[in-house]
Design a protein. Structure first.
Length: 713
């Protein structure tokens, strides 16, 4: 407590103030040293010892109080531990435990709500993880004497339940003691099994190494297997938690008495230690609704689907890693309506480039789940296959994309009878896989041509009815525009035409839901015009894509955090390809100080970093190699696959030109990247096979468009 120190205890050292003194000495927020120096503290402590000496139990409580704050308070002054060693007989409190063992352990304070007769109070305990024999006693002798059999067994079961989930580190043991007046046997005892759950959570905190604030009050019995059982006095314990004011989460057994519907605390019912632990480490004030929604998700398939856009994906990842989502996903797969909702929500994540989240939910669906869903929900199952292709394409994983396309092809005919749009999305994403293989051909596959004719006929009829918007056809036209742009400047007119048609079919920016996708076509045109050397047209498209008036406006959007990764990638590419020196230098300096995507290893972050290096090199900035190395690291990141790996040749060529890479490192990276490129598309990357590595890298640096056209640099 701020402003408090040990001197205040002198006012309560008289016999008639004993209850207040005990209250101060057993509360963890009354820190003893405050702003005192060593001499003043020693004088006060000595005076207290003399006053309390007639009552050996109070004397021992004073020592316990000081030890507790030494163990719990990292801000203890440097003189506090030597002082304690000189003035406290440790063996009377903790037999067979040395000062070194005690102070080198990990410790946490935890509260427990106690109900006895008419009295309700918070009892605090210290739980520790200490070095030593695993067979060491869990509690000191004086603490064991203060507990009835139910309380003692609760601590033993709590330790066993926690240790079964987080194995004890070698040569260490759990330890616990109450912040209470050490009283003789048969005196006022700590009673009942409800200490089990709070103790188990404290041990879990220590064993997991998580630094979690004590915002929760838990109550419940615990079994060795982690099951949580009901307790008495629950309403009174809740009132105690509310009155104390320091808690924002109340954890209690699900099978207990009914609880009030509304309270300022988050009320979290649990059936076992795992649920309670999840609540503790995920809870923060204000997210109680999210926490409760997540608890329902794991048990209820409808709640799981509804919660996919509400709860933190990391929570679901944690459960999935431990196999706790298997049953609920199986139930979702067996229910057509729920599975359709599940797939729809994955699609939304893909639309906003939430790739890690999409990966998580796609991976939860096991092959047997997909087989089950295919029987009940063939269209949704087909759609999920297409999502798998889309995600693989974005990661540059051509092999996975082809495998999923082969599986989806078997479902294509039945899907065509049910949804032309789903089939169009499948064909579209399969077409993108060709780009990821660096296959750039102006001729369309036959099935794409047939489907395109059908969709365009439908679109003409719908337009006559007054609706010019067709997002499915717009996406397909957008992919065709990209395909022509990949084929080179000779196909610029075709690329421009299809991009314009795509924008119109997305509503021309007038339909808010499709406006981002409409603007994305301006991004593609920016790159197409840059490849063709038409920089004025590229600049106009870039301004349209970023919705900026001029370069000054773009820089303001940067500072305000209103540009995403795709915006930054296009801006950097424009500056790298052109001689817009004034704005490019200001942009470079801002990014050097902020580096907004340094930790982002998603495409096109690697190309943004490479183009930042090109800008820095043109301005003769010394940090140019750093940008190229960042690009190289992103290209070779484990989560990315061959399509992106081979882009490492771009920063490598620049690093070699700057003489900023050692020969051994260069050779090692090339030995990995070149075979990967040849395997990806032997014809496209044949120049790498027909020349020595240094010549190949110089050719890439001088003529990057030959191997990396359009948006691939």
């Amino acid at each position: 407590m701020k402003g408090f120190d040990i001197r205040i205890l002198e006012y309560f050292a008289s016999p008639d103030q004993k209850s207040l003194l005990i209250d101060y000495l057993t509360r963890p927020d009354f820190v003893p040293w405050g702003e005192l120096d060593a001499a003043c503290f020693e004088t006060t402590f000595g005076m207290l010892k003399r006053q309390l000496a007639p009552d050996r139990h109070l004397d021992r409580l004073l020592s316990l109080y000081l030890i507790t704050h030494l163990l719990d308070n990292a801000a203890a002054p440097i003189w506090a531990l030597p002082f304690a060693r000189r003035n406290i007989d440790l063996d009377t409190l903790f037999p067979s435990i040395s000062w070194d063992t005690l102070t080198s352990g990990q410790w946490t304070i935890f509260p427990a709500a106690m109900v006895k007769g008419d009295r309700t109070h918070l009892q605090y305990f210290m739980a520790g993880l200490l070095k030593g024999s695993p067979d060491h006693d869990l509690l000191p002798p004086w603490a064991r004497q203060m507990m009835d059999e139910a309380a003692l067994q609760a601590f033993l079961d709590a330790a066993e339940a926690a240790l079964s989930r987080h194995p004890n580190p070698p040569d260490s043991f759990p330890y616990v003691f109450p912040l209470a007046l050490p009283l003789p046997r048969n005196h006022e005892r700590l009673q009942g099994p409800s200490l089990g759950l709070p103790a188990a959570l404290a041990f879990m905190k220590l064993l997991s190494g998580r630094n979690i604030p004590n915002r929760q009050l838990a109550t419940g019995t615990i079994q060795k297997d982690g099951r949580v059982g009901k307790v008495d006095g629950l309403t009174r314990k809740l009132e105690l938690a509310k009155k104390d004011g320091r808690f924002s989460l109340f954890i209690y057994p699900e099978e207990s008495e009914s609880m009030p519907g509304e309270t300022e605390l988050t009320l979290f019912p649990v059936t076992d230690l795992d649920e309670a632990w999840r609540a503790v480490f995920r809870h923060a004030p204000g997210n109680g609704g999210e926490l409760l929604a997540f608890a329902r998700m794991i048990k209820d398939p409808a709640a799981f689907v509804a919660g996919m856009e509400r709860v933190d994906d990391a929570w679901v990842q944690y459960e999935a890693h431990r196999g706790r989502c298997t049953d609920v996903i199986r139930k979702i797969a067996a229910n057509p309506a729920l599975f359709a909702g599940y797939v729809e929500r994955i699609d939304r994540k893909l639309q906003v480039w939430a790739l890690d989240a999409a990966t998580l939910y796609l991976d939860l669906v096991q092959p047997e789940d997909l087989t089950l869903a295919g029987r009940h929900s063939p269209l949704s199952a087909f759609r999920l296959h297409t999502q798998r292709i889309a995600l693989s394409n974005h990661r540059g994983d051509v092999t996975a994309a082809r495998n999923w396309a082969e599986k989806a092809q078997k479902l294509y005919r039945p899907a065509l009878r049910g949804s032309l749009d789903l089939c169009a999305d499948f064909i579209n994403n399969r077409f993108v896989t060709r780009h990821n293989q660096y296959q750039f051909d102006p001729l369309f596959p036959e099935d794409l041509s047939r489907l395109l004719d059908t969709l365009e006929c439908r679109h003409e009829a719908v337009c006559r009815g007054g609706c010019p918007t067709d997002p499915v056809l717009a996406r397909l036209w957008g992919t065709i525009a990209q395909n022509f742009a990949f084929c080179g400047p000779d196909f610029l007119d075709a690329s421009t035409s299809y991009a314009r048609k795509a924008m119109a079919a997305f509503g021309g920016g007038a339909v808010p839901e499709f406006r981002p996708e409409s603007l994305r076509q301006q991004n593609y045109l920016t790159y197409a015009f840059l490849d063709a050397g038409e920089y004025s047209r590229a600049e106009a498209c870039l301004m349209a894509f970023t919705e900026a008036r001029d370069w000054r406006d773009i820089l303001e959007k940067c500072r305000a955090g209103r540009l995403n990764l795709w915006h930054h990638a296009a801006v950097a590419r424009f500056f790298a390809d052109t001689d817009e020196d004034g704005a490019s230098l200001e942009y470079l300096r801002w990014c050097a100080g902020n580096n907004p995507f340094f930790k982002n290893n998603d495409h096109p972050g690697q190309l943004w970093a490479c183009n930042m290096g090109r800008i820095a090199a043109r301005h003769r900035m010394p940090d140019a190699p750093r940008w190229f190395r960042q690009s190289l690291d992103l290209c070779l990141a484990k989560k990315n696959r061959p399509t992106i790996h081979v882009m490492a040749l771009l920063p490598l060529s620049e690093l070699r030109h700057l003489r900023a890479v050692d020969e051994s490192g260069l050779a090692e990276t090339l030995s990995e990247v070149i075979p990967s490129a040849v395997k990806l598309n032997a014809d496209h990357f044949r120049p790498l096979q027909n020349a020595d590595p240094e010549t190949s890298l110089e050719n890439i640096r001088q003529h990057p468009r030959r191997l990396f056209p359009f948006t691939y640099r």
